[in-house]
Design a protein around this ligand. Structure first.
Ligand SMILES: *Cc1c(COP(=O)(O)O)cnc(C)c1O
Length: 413
């Protein structure tokens, strides 16, 4: 049995393009090159037809009532910006308060920071040690003048799944709009804008085995069975008035076709993908736990955790050294890397994980194309490396002798 190196196990950062998606895109990268806005000839019609089909696939994936509620963007960063700034600017005369959480993606947090500089007020909710926000917390944060709550459905670092449906019920009761960044959730769990009570939802092509540089924003317009509001957004981009006037710019036809095919496959195969990712994650977790002591799980327990997410910290192991030792395995570390600073992951810090353990954390993201052989190989490499680094650690020696190293008064020389 041989596995091919390097092994990709970082499916929260991006996913490989599914070959079926590439196949669907190929004609639109070659001879079907029309502009979807060209109404006067067959080149334009062909492009427009392909875009409509893709829009229908995205609609079906998230359970939207109408294709008019799907706005194509350049990715979830833009979707998050458009949702949050679009609402804030549109409803400015109604209030100036927004609510989010400390563990959100930077595309949400940095958008909020910019709005604060424009005079909006933002509440950043704390999370519990599993990364969860409660509906009660959200309710307590709402006040007259709250325009929007933005909370992710599933976290990209720790895989924690927020109780968005319950939070949505609170928001709806209080007449506040709810946006969810569902980038990590779609294709990995059931996602329906009706069941979740959300008014805006972001998703991205390259996190569901589609191409990079394309995403979508769901914007509620048709009152659903539960009577959601019609949401209006101030566009961020001015131009030809594409996408119901919410996002001007010539449509990325091949990208949109790819997103549509990725959405179709996600809708038909997400349960199979989720079961596969879960089985691999549990196989990996068991191997690591059986072989090593002092392994700590970061994030929530099932079922409030994404099936393919394993985020663990190894006591007495330095994250950067660990990453060097497992070069043939593509994973992420909660250490430094993200910000070119020495600060460990802000998500892990928000959970209350101490700085040392945050630095020693590794995020494994199992996906559609990972195999059992890869998991076994990765487990062997990680176990070997943790043991090697601990063998060099005087603190681990003390720990094995039963001495609590944190209580030692070190002598200065
Ligand atoms: C990747 C990611 C984004 C950004 O999506 P892009 O399409 O790469 O801009 C936003 N939110 C979450 C949770 C993500 O994982």
């Amino acid at each position: 049995m041989t596995v091919q190196l390097p092994i990709y196990m970082d499916n929260h950062a991006t996913t490989p393009l599914d070959p079926r998606v590439l196949q669907a895109m190929m004609p639109y990268l070659t001879n079907v090159f029309g502009n979807a806005a060209s109404r006067n000839h067959s080149f334009g019609w062909a492009a427009e037809e392909a875009v409509s089909q893709a829009r229908e696939e995205v609609r079906l994936l998230v359970g939207a009532a109408s294709t008019k509620e799907i706005v194509f963007t350049s990715g979830a960063t833009e979707s998050n910006n458009l949702a949050i700034k679009g609402v804030a600017h549109q409803y400015r005369e109604k209030g100036n308060h927004l609510v989010t959480a400390k563990t959100e993606h930077k595309a949400v947090l940095d958008t909020m920071k910019r709005l604060e500089r424009e005079g909006f007020e933002v509440t950043y909710l704390d999370v519990d040690p599993q990364g969860l926000v409660t509906p009660e917390q959200v309710e307590a944060a709402l006040r007259p003048g709250t325009l929007l709550v933005s909370l992710m459905l599933a976290n990209n670092e720790i895989g924690t799944i927020q109780p968005i449906a319950e939070i949505g019920a609170v928001c709806r009761k209080r007449g506040v709009l709810l946006h969810t960044d569902a980038v990590q959730a779609v294709g990995r769990m059931a996602v329906s804008v009706e069941d979740l009570n959300v008014d805006l939802l972001s998703l991205s092509g390259h996190k569901i085995y589609g191409p990079k540089g394309v995403g979508a924003l769901y914007v509620r317009r048709t009152p659903g069975p539960k009577k959601g509001p019609r949401v209006r957004l101030t566009p961020e981009m001015d131009g030809g008035g594409h996408e119901q006037g919410m996002r001007s710019g010539t449509l990325n036809v091949p990208g949109i076709v790819g997103l549509g095919e990725a959405a179709r496959l996600a809708r038909l195969e997400w349960q199979k993908d989720a079961a596969h990712a879960f089985a691999l994650r549990e196989r990996l977790r068991k191997k690591l736990y059986d072989a090593l002591d002092m392994v700590h799980l970061n994030g929530a327990d099932d079922p409030r955790r994404l099936p393919g997410n394993l985020n663990v910290s190894f006591s007495f192991v330095e994250g950067e050294a660990m990453m060097m030792g497992i070069k043939d395995v593509a994973v992420s570390s909660g250490s430094a890397c993200t910000s070119a600073s020495l600060e460990p992951s802000y998500v892990l810090r928000a959970l209350g994980v101490d700085s040392e353990l945050a630095h020693s954390s590794i995020r494994f993201g199992l996906g559609r194309f990972n195999t059992e052989e890869e998991v076994d190989h990765v487990a062997d490499i990680v176990i070997r490396e943790v043991r090697r680094l601990r063998d060099m650690s005087p603190l681990y020696d003390l720990h094995k002798e039963g001495i609590d190293y944190k209580s030692i008064q070190w002598q200065a020389h």
